[in-house]
Design a protein around this ligand. Structure first.
Ligand code: HEM
Length: 351
């Protein structure tokens, strides 16, 4: 598609599909023509992912600080503890990377950030699963989650702690604070945007290294290569394959006339394999540099959690390489997940 029809209107879905690197980047950057303010139901309506500047930038400034690389770096030891604790509890020689490691790690990290009680973890896991469709989508579960979070917010208002909720409660920009609705929406956004994506980064990483054994050995010999390895995994098997926008004006893209109001889908996964941008795009090159992939988006909506996702990915992969030094796939038959624009596998057993 990228070569034959780089900007393609699908009559059935009535969606404009955008495939080349240059066009995908343009759609993600150009919020004046390609807006994020499309109809969204429920709690995510009006969160940063659903707003254009200037409203977007104001709200993002209120929530950004805890996610800066510096602040996220301080979570390193806690993340290592979580990963080791999970691996210490694995019974036998086999582990399903997805269900036993890649799903629990991001959920535990976010629960930790939010300062939730240990005994609430299992409930929290159940609620977050229903947000991303592992369980059947259940409005009751979402209501339960919102009630639970509202209670925690109320507790933190009277007795602040050193956690994300307490920090966000006192964050101010130009004298303005987050409303309770904005805070709740943001926390739910974190759960949706941060969990399954990171799960798939971890799963896709292990799978890619098992398929590219030379890279796996290189990485074992030289841990410094982990930084470029994570970027290349993100490019090669992008956890989020595409993002939606809506045309705000009549706009032309690579010679195609897109009418105001049309839905536009920017295919990040395709852009990241574009030969015009990445030489040998279909090859996994562990020390590829430069690597300006779009896996975390681009422009004003660039992933807020990118430093956290990178850190989690690095810690999980490094720990696995130490503890499963000769890892192999138990079964070569893998099933892709079927959750919208997310890309990963359902299960990945190694020994
Ligand atoms: C935005 C991907 C992990 C929070 C985005 C966007 C992408 C993305 C493509 C851009 C959305 C757009 O353009 O409309 C990923 C991937 C991840 C990951 C591939 C893991 C490998 C995380 C984590 C968190 C997070 C761990 C937080 C805990 C967010 C938020 C936004 C966002 C809040 C909205 C930013 C805005 O609209 O200004 N992410 N994400 N993400 N991500 Fe991530």
């Amino acid at each position: 598609m990228r070569k034959r029809s780089p900007v393609y209107f699908d009559e059935k879905s009535e969606i404009w599909n955008v495939f080349s690197y240059t066009d995908v980047r343009k759609v993600l950057w150009d919020y004046k023509n390609f807006s994020s303010e499309f109809e969204m139901d429920g709690i995510l309506k009006g969160t940063i992912i659903n707003l254009d500047p200037p409203a977007h930038d104001k709200l993002r400034a209120l929530v950004s600080d805890p996610f800066s690389p510096n602040n996220v770096g301080q979570l390193s030891n806690r993340i290592k503890d979580i990963v080791n604790e999970i691996l210490n509890n694995v019974k036998g020689n086999e582990i399903d990377i997805i269900s036993e490691l890649a799903i629990p790690v991001p959920v535990r990290v976010i629960a930790n950030l939010l300062g939730l009680r240990e005994e609430d973890l299992w409930k929290f896991k159940d609620w977050t699963d229903s947000l991303v469709g592992v369980n059947d989508y259940s409005t009751d579960k979402i209501t339960e989650l919102i009630e639970y979070l509202s209670e925690i917010i109320a507790e933190r208002k009277t007795e602040p702690k050193k956690d994300l909720i307490s920090l966000l409660l006192c964050s101010t920009v130009d004298g303005e604070k987050l409303t309770e609705k904005q805070l709740l929406g943001f926390i739910v956004l974190l759960l949706i945007a941060g969990n399954e994506t990171t799960t798939n980064l971890i799963g896709n990483g292990v799978l890619t290294l098992l398929e590219n054994k030379n890279s796996l050995y290189e990485l074992k010999k030289d841990k410094q290569k982990m930084t470029t390895a994570i970027e290349e995994i993100l490019r090669y098997r992008s956890p989020v394959q595409g993002m939606f926008r809506v045309a705000k004006n009549d706009v032309e893209l690579s010679g195609k006339k897109i009418k105001k109001g049309s839905a536009v889908l920017a295919w990040i996964g395709s852009a990241n394999r574009d030969e015009n941008q990445f030489p040998n795009a279909d090859k996994f090159i562990i020390d590829r540099s430069p690597n300006p992939h779009l896996a975390f988006g681009s422009g004003v909506h660039t992933c807020l959690g990118a430093p956290l996702a990178r850190l989690e990915g690095k810690i999980v992969l490094s720990t696995l390489l130490e503890r499963f030094s000769n890892m192999e796939l138990v079964d070569q038959r893998l099933e892709p997940i079927t959750n919208g624009l997310f890309y990963g596998v359902k299960s990945l057993k190694i020994y």
